[in-house]
Design a protein around this ligand. Structure first.
Ligand SMILES: [Zn+2]
Ligand SMILES: [Zn+2]
Length: 140
């Protein structure tokens, strides 16, 4: 457990897991997501502008859901790769960056495995994933 500032409203809250937003914002987000999902079920070909207007949400919220692969849009909707900034339509990073990151990680893990053993390599994999996430957070 640790005390953190909510990423959305900046309020202090006690984080029990990996969460970086407070309970209130989390609930708001869930409701938002439900609304968007419901709207998309009824209007599968809705544009992003339609979704924002009908569900009182922002393009950023919609982009976040697409990035996390929670929703899929039939219309074309582009946003930036979190690493290089190139326009993409799916996932958090473009295929090139994804490949680069996993190549780097595999190389590093292989090296550690040879030099320091399996357990250390697993350690590194976890740390690397956390690092990357923090880096991406800072870019927003
Ligand atoms: Zn909050
Ligand atoms: Zn990229």
């Amino acid at each position: 457990m640790e005390l953190r500032n909510c990423r959305k409203c900046r309020k202090l809250f006690i984080s029990i897991s990996e969460r970086n937003i407070c309970q209130e914002c989390c609930e708001k987000k869930e409701k938002n997501y439900d609304r968007i999902l419901e709207y998309l079920n009824k209007n599968p070909n809705a544009s992003v502008e339609d979704i924002c207007e009908a569900t009182k949400t922002t393009k950023n919220n919609v982009a976040e859901l697409v990035k996390n692969e929670k929703i899929a849009l039939t219309v074309s909707f582009e946003y930036k790769c979190e690493i290089c900034g190139k326009k993409i339509k799916m996932g958090k990073a473009c295929p090139e960056c994804k490949k680069k990151v996993s190549n780097e990680l595999n190389k590093a893990i292989d090296k550690v495995k040879k030099e320091e053993g399996e357990a250390k390599a697993r350690d590194l994999a976890t740390k690397f994933a956390l690092n990357l996430r923090d880096k991406q957070k800072g870019r927003r």
